[in-house]
Ligand binder design. Structure first.
Ligand SMILES: CC(C)(COP(=O)(O)OP(=O)(O)OC[C@H]1O[C@@H](n2cnc3c(N)ncnc32)[C@H](O)[C@@H]1OP(=O)(O)O)[C@@H](O)C(=O)NCCC(=O)NCCS
Length: 302
């Protein structure tokens, strides 16, 4: 008789046994050196101090987790989500998404002096199309900030050899934008429409290379598009020099656009066919015009 697998449940990690499992998943997913792996003592201390370690369990076995700690941005408390990991055999089945939903629920239920926490921040590598899709399309984050070599020029992780540039993203938990995203509203058609007439600032050319177009012209428009490969991991394996070109070109484009009054609003995957590039859409203006609830937060309202 075929044994069916137990359902996957999401719950808080409890005690040393669970935290050791998180360490094993962290080592498996990022393949870090001992020095770069989160020490168990720090994991215990952060958990005991009230930070969030959420796990996805198949029976008693941890198959993914999300770790976030309390942070401060512009004087307001938030949760900074430091790690989200799903073991490779369990990916692309919504588990990463469900861990983020659980994180959101838990944070919205927290109170600091009767005030709600309304934002989770995190960072991700903007060349990772999959993370971009999860973060922007499925969850509804925005980004105002590009961090060059955030963790240094490289880390011991096999995932972070091509520098450690990051987009710092904000997830306005209670905003209408996020709520409609979580109800499955798909913006792909509108985005493809907007992209039809827009020449990308970084364009995936016929040889798979990043072609830089006219920056001054792009900065005069209302929107900027930046293309990325659909699978930068395979580019890194086959042609590290080309992966480096992608890093430098996208770093140049994001940095210039964000310094000139744009913010990253959307990501649309695999435009132009199955293996085609994905594309970021940046908007000129303040994110508060785009997401009114951000203005409400900035004014100190609860
Ligand atoms: C990032 C990670 C946690 C996502 O977990 P997951 O359980 O696979 O995520 P989900 O299934 O919820 O969502 C993945 C989405 O990306 C899509 N996707 C897969 N490959 C893709 C690609 N190359 N380009 C764009 N989208 C892609 C999937 O189809 C799915 O979207 P859909 O549900 O709309 O079809 C997991 O891949 C992981 O552990 N990666 C390594 C560590 C990491 O990068 N952590 C995050 C930064 S700290």
């Amino acid at each position: 008789m075929v044994q069916s697998k137990p359902p996957i449940t999401i719950r808080d990690l409890q005690g040393l046994h669970d935290l050791k499992q998180a360490e094993a998943v962290e080592r498996e997913v990022w393949e870090l050196s001992d020095l770069d792996t989160t020490p168990l003592t720090l994991a215990v201390a952060t958990q005991q101090a009230g930070n969030l370690w959420l796990g996805a369990f198949e029976g008693g076995t941890l198959v993914g987790f999300a770790f976030g700690f309390l942070g401060l941005e512009d004087g307001r408390p938030n949760l900074h989500s430091h790690m989200l990991a799903v073991r490779a055999p369990y990916r692309n089945s919504d588990l990463g998404y469900k861990l983020k939903l659980a994180q959101r629920e838990r944070v919205l239920a927290m109170r600091i002096n009767d005030a709600r926490i309304t934002e989770i921040t995190w960072t991700f590598d903007p060349l990772q199309s999959k993370n971009a899709h999860l973060n922007f399309a499925k969850l509804g984050v925005i980004s105002l900030s590009y961090k060059v070599d955030f963790y240094g020029p490289e880390t011991s992780s096999t995932l972070h050899r091509n520098s450690t540039d990051r987009l710092w993203v904000k997830w306005p938990l209670a905003s209408r934008r996020v709520q409609t995203r979580l109800h499955g509203k798909d913006h792909r058609a509108e985005m493809l429409d907007a992209l039809r007439t827009l020449q990308p600032l970084i364009q995936f050319n016929a040889h798979g290379k990043p072609h830089r177009t006219d920056l001054p012209a792009a900065l005069l428009r209302q929107r900027i598009a930046i293309e990325i490969p659909s699978d930068v991991g395979s580019v890194e394996q086959k042609d590290p020099a080309l992966a480096r070109e992608w890093r430098l070109a996208t770093r140049w484009a994001f940095t210039a656009a964000l310094q000139s009054g744009f913010f990253v609003a959307e990501f649309c995957r695999t435009v132009r066919g199955q293996q085609g590039p994905g594309v970021y859409l940046l908007e000129k203006g303040t994110p508060e015009e785009y997401i009114p609830e951000l203005a409400y937060q900035t004014n100190g309202a609860r």
